[in-house]
Design a protein. Structure first.
Length: 367
């Protein structure tokens, strides 16, 4: 089915479809950007795809590989500038220039210095029409974490916190503070990130699974990095024994040969990280190591002490808060009202304010 829209609207429409493809792979491309690409002929979409698991193959490769060889006069829409640097399978710009694609519409330039502002020059040399800037503001916001990870030494960190209406983070009588809809949204957020960071104290106190339990998204469970200075993690913890244990990583400092041998036999990856002045894992070094391991989107899901440390070190980019509609009163434990004031003083509240069947989901831009 073809569309009859004006020129500006039709390009935005197709770029929006490309963005929808990109969102499908968010959190599953490791250090690579999640890109969406569609191919259009006579105003009809004939191909659409996104970046593959762990970043390979690229979205452009996947779409082009499915094309009929007889197709001609094609338009390609892609959310991020196609790569132009050397790879095992060759740069995407080279692939595009060989496949009867007449026009390429790109939303934003790739901040990766290997590709930045190079695609258009190479494609135009091959006679391909190139235009940038379609849905630029919206798509630049989508790639915020990727852009920041390319500009800074640390990965992008999103912090999540669930509280009662009267600011407690522990319910003495029930495991849960928020409702089912809030918890489902929390699992969806996990799937958008390639790594969760928490502390061994949280693991030992709560024994969380730290996986994604939304039907159809179980395979998107992110890696789990446990900050465990003295290797005190309990060996029966779910994250050391579940089906995703190969995605569990421990950052430690103090040697414990018996525990280290056990963890290595269990196929748990361990990395020694230096301590800061507080005798705890150095958070800056931990994030650098996480980025070195290929993680660019970090989801901090832990107790209030570790969250406070991340804020104190100015390591939080976004802050997500789930607020229950219910007060806990005497059933509440650990009130964080003062901490929230400190965290959010002079910070921007984003446009994302969602009512989740009475609970509220708020998103703050920290930096």
């Amino acid at each position: 089915m073809s569309l009859n829209l004006n020129s500006s609207n039709i390009h935005e429409h197709f770029m929006h479809l490309a963005l929808m493809q990109a969102k499908k792979a968010l959190g599953n491309t490791k250090g690579n950007p999640s890109v969406g690409c569609i191919i259009v002929k006579n105003n009809s979409v004939i191909g659409a795809d996104c970046t593959g698991i762990n970043g390979r193959p690229h979205a452009e490769e996947k779409v082009i590989s499915k094309l009929n060889k007889n197709n001609k006069n094609l338009n390609l829409y892609v959310t991020l500038e196609p790569c132009s640097h050397k790879r095992k399978t060759g740069p995407c710009v080279k692939l595009i220039s060989k496949k009867n694609i007449n026009k390429v519409y790109i939303s934003i330039k790739d901040p990766d210095i290997r590709s930045y502002d190079k695609a258009a020059k190479k494609l135009r040399k091959k006679g391909v029409y190139v235009k940038y800037g379609i849905l630029q503001k919206k798509i630049k916001n989508f790639y915020k974490s990727y852009i920041i990870s390319k500009k800074e030494t640390s990965p992008f960190v999103t912090c999540k916190l669930a509280i009662s209406n009267d600011s407690y983070i522990v319910n003495k009588k029930n495991r849960w503070i928020t409702n089912y809809q809030s918890r489902a949204r929390g699992h969806l957020l996990r799937s958008f990130h390639d790594c969760i960071i928490t502390s061994s104290k949280t693991i030992n106190d709560d024994n969380p699974s730290l996986n994604c339990r939304i039907n159809g998204l179980q395979k998107t469970t992110p890696f789990r990095i446990i900050l465990d200075t003295n290797l005190k993690i309990k060996i029966k913890s779910k994250v050391l024994n579940d089906q995703h244990k190969n995605k569990t990583i421990i950052f430690y400092n103090k040697n414990n040969k018996k525990k280290i041998n056990f963890l290595k036999k269990s196929k748990i990856k361990l990395y020694k990280i230096s301590c800061g002045t507080n005798a705890k894992i150095n958070l800056h070094e931990a994030l650098l190591k996480a980025k070195e391991l290929g993680f660019s989107r970090i989801y901090l899901e832990s107790g209030i002490k570790l969250i406070k440390s991340f804020f104190k070190e100015n390591l939080i980019n976004d802050f997500k808060i789930f607020i229950s509609k219910d007060n806990l009163g005497t059933n509440g434990y650990i009130n964080v009202k003062k901490e929230l004031y400190y965290f959010l003083k002079n910070k921007k509240k984003s446009r994302e304010i969602v009512n989740l069947n009475g609970d509220l989901f708020l998103s703050y831009i920290i930096k």
